[in-house]
Write a new protein. Sequence first.
Length: 121
Amino acid sequence: RGLLRGHVDSLYSACTAVSADLKAILDFAMRRPDRALAPEELEEKLRANGVDLTAVDLGDVLQALDPYNLGKFFAPELAQGYAAFKARYSSLMSKLAGCLGSRGLSPDEFFARTAQATAVH
């Protein structure tokens, strides 16, 4: 189960990368009586909001978040999980941004240099 949680984090990371407002994206499902949405609906809404799901396996995310095998995501759980994910990593991200800024590097430049150094070795 813990291993599957990594798939959930990959979804939240993809949302964070584009500063997605997951709560707003899920608003349509939050208004439903069961507050649930199908994987296809989630994928459609995320892609429409610029979230790159290339590295995300929504089937594995569903398996992690759907212990009763209903085949749907519970919107409040997704929103709360995303808020917890952001809270957990926001201080780390702020510290990294501060360190990059003090060295005159943008995140894009940092990752480009890292990729280049990795490719060389």
